[in-house]
Design a protein around this ligand. Structure first.
Ligand SMILES: NC(=O)c1ccc[n+]([C@@H]2O[C@H](COP(=O)([O-])OP(=O)(O)OC[C@H]3O[C@@H](n4cnc5c(N)ncnc54)[C@H](OP(=O)(O)O)[C@@H]3O)[C@@H](O)[C@H]2O)c1
Length: 239
């Protein structure tokens, strides 16, 4: 299952895991985009099940996993990728936007993990990968505070999950990928202007495929090898 599979990193991950031979459940809110991504997967010889779901809605997440149980019959890999951010200062943030960031990035991720674990049942070849951010490791200046808070929380949840699974010797892999700047629609939403400020950066941004390659690598290590944290910056990104 790839959440946030309609564009950007999630879309690239969906193609990558489908090429690895996994049947992929595509999750997102834009039904037309989900269907288009599913068609692309099928055109490449893969199997895709698009399921419409708002990851910011706990009831919708329960329904999503029920649908997976009924339509797909099982789950081996969860890629928590759905996420949003809004530029805002701590002194002036908008309550509705902050709730959305926390509901999708933090609660949504945690609920997907909770719902996925019974499917995994401590089996071999299962994994939970979360697309976190470099903002989980330091606080960028320029209104990233609330977004960074959400990604720090996600990283804490993933490390706690790793400890809990290690405690019971579960073979389920747990990985947190923290990309620097990736060229996606994310930044236009972040600044709310429709213009992407990262286009002017003095280095070549990562592509969604660069992150998808990292996901593929994490999933393909032998079962005794777990890469739990991966920091991926564009060459030349300072912060
Ligand atoms: N771009 C970067 O520089 C960068 C850097 C580090 C980390 N990240 C992280 O990478 C992840 C993917 O971002 P991206 O850069 O690929 O951005 P993107 O192109 O804007 O994609 C975001 C994806 O998340 C989905 N999504 C958002 N809210 C959702 C919701 N409530 N329910 C279900 N799906 C939802 C979107 O689908 P719908 O709108 O169709 O629902 C879309 O598929 C995010 O977690 C982001 O924080 C991005």
């Amino acid at each position: 299952m790839v959440t946030g599979a309609t564009t950007g990193i999630g879309e690239a991950v969906a193609y990558q895991v489908a090429e690895m031979g996994l049947s992929v459940v595509l999750v997102g809110r834009r039904a037309d985009r989900l269907e288009a991504v599913a068609e692309n997967v099928r055109a490449r010889g893969g199997k895709a099940t698009p399921i419409n779901c708002d990851i910011g809605d706990p009831a919708a997440i329960s329904a999503l996993f029920d649908e997976v149980r009924n339509r797909v019959g099982g789950l081996d890999v969860l890629i928590n990728n759905a996420g949003v951010g809004y530029q805002s200062a701590i002194g002036t943030f908008d309550t509705t936007e902050l709730r959305q960031v926390l509901d999708i990035n933090v609660l949504g991720t945690a609920l997907c993990i909770r719902e996925a674990l019974p499917f995994f049942d401590n089996r071999l070849d299962t994994a939970i990968v979360t697309i976190s951010s470099m903002a989980a490791h330091r606080i960028p200046a320029g209104g990233y505070g609330m977004y960074a808070a959400s990604k720090h929380a996600v990283r804490a949840i993933m490390e706690a999950l790793r400890l809990e699974l290690a405690e019971i010797r579960s073979p389920t892999k747990v990985a947190n990928i923290s990309p620097g700047t990736v060229a996606t629609e994310f930044h236009k939403l972040f600044v709310r202007t429709g213009e992407d400020p990262t286009e002017a950066l003095p280095f070549q941004r990562l592509t969604p495929d660069d992150v998808a390659d990292a996901v593929a690598y994490l999933l393909s290590t032998p079962s005794h090898v777990q890469i739990n944290e991966m920091l991926i910056r564009p060459t030349g990104q300072i912060g």
